[in-house]
Design a protein around this ligand. Structure first.
Ligand code: FMN
Length: 244
């Protein structure tokens, strides 16, 4: 189904929203997003700046300060900040292609998407972007600001609509179950947890905030974001400058 069709179905009140599991959920406003459209094949990938390998906050302090943050300022993130977040999540950190988070059998079943709002990131238009770890770059996949849609499909959690961007962690089970059978499903979920924690800690160290959101409608999000059909959404993580 095309994203536009999925969007209209959502507007028509498709399905009941799933129950939230973390509190802090609020109603989203009625204003819908403009209809998104797939990014043109000519739209160039966006190279990200190299991540820095030394920070100002110690690991211990980041662990101490880490909290789920759901209220964000309007201010945009920089390309440097999203480069750092994506590197901490799935960046290549080893000569043989090993990554920042562990993976069962080094099979790497997770793919990351950024859902960027209007003026959400300096130098990046609103839309959905697929992270390419090998080139540390972003491939545009959808044009338009779909934060309201994503929030509506996530129990109406306003943090998603208000954050300048959200990170979406998806998993393709087959990459891991082809080696480990049904147990691979568990491994993929564990890996999403590892990535989520790296993102929490990196965000905190950058003075940003985030929250792991697990309450959402899988199928509808896949359709609205035009994800490949074998990619399952596992976590939504709104990211921004936290309100004090
Ligand atoms: C698997 C999982 C799903 C979660 N889903 C949501 C969610 O849908 N919405 C939300 O606001 N918080 C969600 N949270 C965040 C928890 O509410 C939060 O971690 C918990 O309240 C503890 O607070 P802390 O993270 O600040 O220590 C989730 C956390 C986990 C681990």
């Amino acid at each position: 189904m095309r994203p536009k069709t999925a969007f209209l179905l959502v507007l028509a009140g498709l399905g009941a929203l799933v129950a939230g599991c973390g509190g802090g959920e609020e109603e989203t406003p009625a204003t819908p997003d403009a209809s998104p459209s797939p990014a043109s094949e000519e739209t160039p990938t966006v190279s990200l700046p190299d991540p820095r390998l030394k920070g100002e906050m110690s690991l211990e302090e980041a662990i101490l300060r880490r909290r789920s943050r759901r209220d964000f300022k309007d201010s945009p993130l920089t390309l440097g900040e999203i480069s750092q977040i994506l590197w901490a999540a799935q960046g290549i950190t080893g000569k043989t292609g090993l990554r920042a988070a562990p993976s069962a059998g080094a099979l790497y079943p997770l793919d990351l998407y950024l859902v960027v709002g209007k003026q959400g990131v300096d130098g990046l238009g609103e839309g959905v972007y697929h992270y390419l770890p090998q080139s540390h770059s972003l491939e545009p996949t959808l044009e338009g600001d779909v934060r309201q849609t994503l929030a509506r499909l996530s129990s109406g959690q306003m943090s998603i609509a208000e954050a300048p961007l959200s990170l979406l962690i998806t998993g393709e089970y087959e990459r891991t179950t082809s080696k480990y059978g049904e147990r691979g499903v568990r491994y993929v979920h564990m890996e999403a947890g590892h990535v989520g924690q790296n993102v929490y800690l990196q965000a905190e160290a950058l003075g940003l905030g985030t929250v792991t959101i697990g309450a959402f409608q899988d199928e509808e999000i896949s359709q609205a974001l035009n994800l490949p059909s074998s990619y399952r959404p596992l976590y939504v993580m709104p990211i921004g400058h936290p309100e004090p």
